[in-house]
Design a protein around this ligand. Structure first.
Ligand SMILES: Cc1cc2nc3c(=O)[nH]c(=O)nc-3n(C[C@H](O)[C@H](O)[C@H](O)COP(=O)(O)OP(=O)(O)OC[C@H]3O[C@@H](n4cnc5c(N)ncnc54)[C@H](O)[C@@H]3O)c2cc1C
Length: 391
């Protein structure tokens, strides 16, 4: 059957990224898992190859696929995640979580100074939303930037910041006006890691995502000139919401990347493993699980592509992005779990990798908005759009 998911050009791009991963990333895969190494050199190679730039404006990125859009970003996310989830989480935190708000709201000076080197992989970006006391309820964040003449003085803490200890530049969200509702009183700033008052409290030990760094950060009296403000004063909450839509679709692409190799391992093993004198695939207890994995994997790909294509057409995709992320994240956990079961005891063995994809996949039911919060967003959008007929 011809591939109706992707165009010929997109498939050629996927093959190119897959070949890049095989040549440049696979040789480091085991070492990263063993030593939890953070590879700035690999991020630079990914940047030089143009895989940080695919959904950024042509004038700021690199490579022949620059400016192609979010569908291309999901392809990159899937392929790199299939080799090393932690590495793609680092890439995405830089190129998408930091890069997208800067690309969409940055001044020409900010685009040149911050976006360009990040997309080339020379510098690393991060986004700071979550705090020790504030997760899902982002509007109630405590980090505060107080006006001081023309400047702002930033104080607060951020927690769970991907690339936090490694980033050169961070897009930090803070309250700038405590007297109005936080949705109007929040702003975004670009903070450099060399600014006096910036410090890394610690890197947080994780269940999975080897090769990534996720950190607690502190800001103590950081003086920010108005050049560090991203977008307008008070625009922080809408910048945040805009960023999250594209992030969630890109994460859905990553989830396809965790599920696929786990499923492939189960497909292979179920044909090779003989029990009761036949390959285990001939037992319905196994083969029906394979059927469920295949169905759910393809459904997840469709939801991901629908959201990405709508975004590339300039549509608002809060519902579609949330659906894609919830479904693909839960699909990836289910597919990894079933694949692990099909491998029996081998599935629990570190050498067989499926346990690793399972641990990596579980994060995406939490990061970028938990599945509970996203279900809340989905139902809200569904009711909002309902005019008597759903379709
Ligand atoms: C590895 C990792 C990397 C991350 N990277 C980043 C990053 O780069 N930048 C960043 O800013 N953040 C990052 N995060 C933070 C992430 O986005 C948050 O963990 C997530 O949004 C949830 O916040 P929380 O952990 O504080 O959970 P909480 O908000 O405290 O929620 C705890 C539980 O309560 C549930 N809950 C809360 N409110 C409701 C409600 N109204 N209805 C139903 N259920 C509810 C949640 O779904 C969850 O199950 C990262 C997190 C992890 C683990």
């Amino acid at each position: 059957m011809t591939n109706i998911f992707y165009t010929e050009e997109e498939l050629a791009f996927r093959d190119e990224v897959r070949a890049f991963c095989k040549k440049e990333l696979v040789p480091f895969e085991d070492e990263i898992q063993k030593n939890n190494t953070y590879h700035k050199d690999l991020l630079r190679k990914i940047g030089e190859a143009g895989y940080m730039s695919v959904h950024h404006p042509a004038e700021f990125g690199v490579g022949k696929y620059v400016g192609k859009g979010l569908v291309y970003e999901t392809i990159v996310a899937e392929e790199i995640s299939a080799v090393c989830a932690g590495l793609d989480m680092s890439r995405m935190a830089s190129a998408t979580l930091f890069g997208k708000p800067v690309a969409r709201f940055g001044t020409p000076n900010q685009l040149n100074k911050y976006l360009k080197p990040v997309l080339r992989g020379e510098k690393i970006g991060a986004i700071g939303i979550t705090e020790p006391n504030v997760g899902s309820d982002t509007a109630r964040m405590e980090t505060y930037a107080m006006k001081d003449g023309e400047d702002y003085i930033l104080n607060g803490k951020k927690y769970f910041i991907t690339n936090g200890s490694q980033a050169d530049f961070l897009c930090v969200f803070a309250i700038t006006n405590k007297t109005i509702p936080p949705k109007q009183g929040m702003s975004a700033f670009i903070v450099e890691n060399t600014m006096p008052g910036f410090s890394v409290v610690k890197d947080i030990a994780l269940m999975g995502m080897q090769g990534a760094r996720v950190s607690e950060l502190a800001f103590k009296d950081i003086r920010l000139s108005k050049e560090q403000l991203l977008g307008e004063l008070g625009q922080g909450f809408s910048i945040l919401m805009d960023e999250l839509d594209s992030e969630r679709v890109a994460i859905a692409g990553e989830c396809l990347g965790y599920a696929r190799p786990a499923f492939e391992a189960a497909l292979k093993y179920s044909q090779e493993r003989i029990q009761f004198k036949k390959p285990i695939r001939f037992f319905e207890g196994v083969s029906f699980q394979i059927a469920d994995c295949a169905m759910e994997f393809e459904a997840a790909r469709l939801l991901t592509l629908k959201a990405a294509r709508a975004y590339d057409k300039g549509q608002k995709i809060t519902k579609e992005a949330s659906m894609a992320k919830v479904y693909t994240a839960e699909m990836a956990v289910r597919v990894c779990d079933r694949s692990l079961a099909i491998l029996g005891g081998r599935g629990y063995e570190i050498d067989h990798k499926v346990e690793r994809y399972y641990r990596d996949a579980r994060l995406m039911m939490i990061g970028g908005g938990t599945v509970e919060i996203l279900r809340f967003l989905i139902q809200r959008e569904v009711y909002k759009d309902f005019t008597g007929e759903y379709w």
